[in-house]
Design a protein around this ligand. Structure first.
Ligand code: SAM
Length: 238
């Protein structure tokens, strides 16, 4: 078994995943903290057009992604991490909603495979098949209640939420402790307190005096109060 988390993305638009080369994720990848593979679904097609979709059974508008290239692509990618349980993330607006808690759970998975849908989505038999396949787990995941053109942007969002939580990816891991949406000891989730930096006064707006006091106990108390106020405001106007 490998120690690093491996992420494989299957898409018809590999170029869409270019931002994975940047910033924290780019550094984590180039320093060997994680492994990333981007795979073109069309490489698994057999016809001259590289067709990956067909008309929906039952009629209706749009096209549905065919199961055969998906099955071949997922099987091929599973061979890249043969000793791991493969967690197949099928992106769909109908899936379980991404939360900080889910991102945290997914950090424990050593091999994540992201299936980026396009058109009307992927034939549901792909999820159904791998849900009972040996060494696979399937999760259908949504990043929110709206419809994107494809799963690539959703994959970038989910990967970033997971990868920044992995040990060694963020220089100062203490900065993860008090973040928004992280579970507290009491099992609540709060959004973070407001942040300020220099200068002390900007366009007539002052930094709260308490933050300049050096009294760490009082600052912690103030920050907790502010976090509670912001959390409650959010609940009132979701
Ligand atoms: N016909 C689908 C429906 O109404 O549920 C929408 C298909 S959407 C145009 C094409 C693809 O974009 C989906 O298969 C999925 O991979 C991705 N997608 C769109 N919205 C998404 C969301 N909110 N979360 C995750 N993936 C999404």
């Amino acid at each position: 078994m490998s120690n690093v988390n491996r992420f494989d993305v299957i898409t018809i638009f590999p170029e869409y995943l270019a931002p994975l080369n940047l910033s924290l994720i780019g550094k984590a990848h180039s320093s060997g903290l994680i492994e990333i593979g981007i795979h073109d679904l069309r490489a698994q097609t057999t016809d001259v057009h590289g067709s990956v979709d067909d008309t929906p059974y039952g009629g209706g508008a749009g096209m549905v992604m065919s199961p055969e290239p998906w099955g071949k692509a997922i099987d091929a990618v599973a061979e890249l991490a043969p000793d791991e349980i493969h967690e197949l993330i099928v992106l769909t607006p109908a899936g379980e909603k991404l939360t900080q808690d889910l991102a945290q759970t997914l950090t424990k998975s050593k091999h994540l495979i992201f299936a980026c849908g396009r058109y009307e989505g992927i034939d549901v038999r792909v999820s159904d098949y791998y849900a009972t396949a040996k060494n696979f787990k399937v999760r259908e995941v949504s990043i929110g209640d709206y419809v994107l053109g494809g799963g690539e942007v959703a994959t970038l969002v989910i990967m970033e939420a997971i990868i920044r939580l992995l040990p060694g990816v963020i220089g100062n891991s203490a900065s993860l402790d008090e973040e928004s949406h992280t579970l507290t000891k009491d099992g609540d989730t709060l959004v973070e307190y407001p942040n300020y930096t220099k200068p002390k006064e900007w366009r007539g707006l002052e930094v709260p005096e308490i933050l300049l006091s050096g009294n760490h106990g009082e600052i912690a108390k103030w920050r907790l109060e502010q976090a509670l106020i912001r959390t409650n405001l959010r609940k009132e106007s979701p």
